[in-house]
Design a protein around this ligand. Structure first.
Ligand code: AMP
Length: 194
């Protein structure tokens, strides 16, 4: 199964992606996670993207698309994958299509978790408060001001990606405002797995 999981920051993509890869035994590619790892290891790519990631902006399409396409060619992705956080722009969606065509592959599903902006902001403020109370370090881009910038980037750049897939008859919408188990059940239904 080759799946793209779309949704705003804070919509629950990471949580749902973890469940899906557990059920289906496929790879999980989270570009946010890959970029944060590159930053914490101080690799050349990490150093080049650190400022933009930490300020809530988007990493250039060429950088992130080539990271993803390289990973998709890896044997670990042979039995399928969930793309979480990619594509985030129309340019990335086109690069993904071109790369998949070269590999003789096609996406099976695109699922979008739909959550209203006021609930997203509420969730992120709660997540930061909980982390602070537990003494857990807060992600550099998870403070409310930076989160607002990530949300703005999502609305400007990523929302059109939904139309890109809707126009190709691939998009399925799932209400991401239910509790995580109910969201998971609906995602499974959207994948034809329930
Ligand atoms: P995430 O964990 O998916 O919320 O991503 C965290 C941050 O990584 C984003 O705010 C961006 O700065 C960067 N990032 C992750 N995925 C992408 C992408 N597909 N395109 C551009 N930037 C990305």
């Amino acid at each position: 199964m080759r799946l793209v999981l779309l949704g705003a920051p804070g919509s629950g993509k990471g949580t749902q992606a973890e469940r899906i890869v557990g059920w289906l035994r496929i790879a999980h590619l989270s570009t946010g996670h890959i970029l944060r790892e590159a930053i914490s290891s101080g690799t050349p790519i990490g150093l080049s993207v650190q400022a933009v990631v930490e300020s809530g902006g988007l990493v250039p399409d060429e950088v992130v698309s080539s990271i993803v396409l390289e990973r998709l060619a890896d044997p670990s992705c042979q039995s399928g994958y969930v793309l979480d956080g990619f594509p985030r722009t129309i340019g990335q969606a086109q690069a993904l299509d071109a790369g998949l065509m070269q590999m003789g592959q096609e996406l099976d599903h695109v699922v979008e978790l739909v959550v209203s902006p006021d609930i997203l902001i509420e969730r992120i403020v709660r997540r930061a408060d909980q982390a602070r109370a537990m003494g857990i370090p807060i992600r550099a881009d998870d403070n409310p001001a930076t989160f607002k910038k990530r949300l703005d980037a999502y609305l400007a750049e990523t929302a059109p990606v939904s139309d890109y897939y809707r126009n190709r008859g691939k998009l399925r919408l799932v209400d991401g405002m239910q509790d995580p188990d109910a969201v998971a059940r609906e995602v499974l239904r959207a994948l034809g797995k329930s």
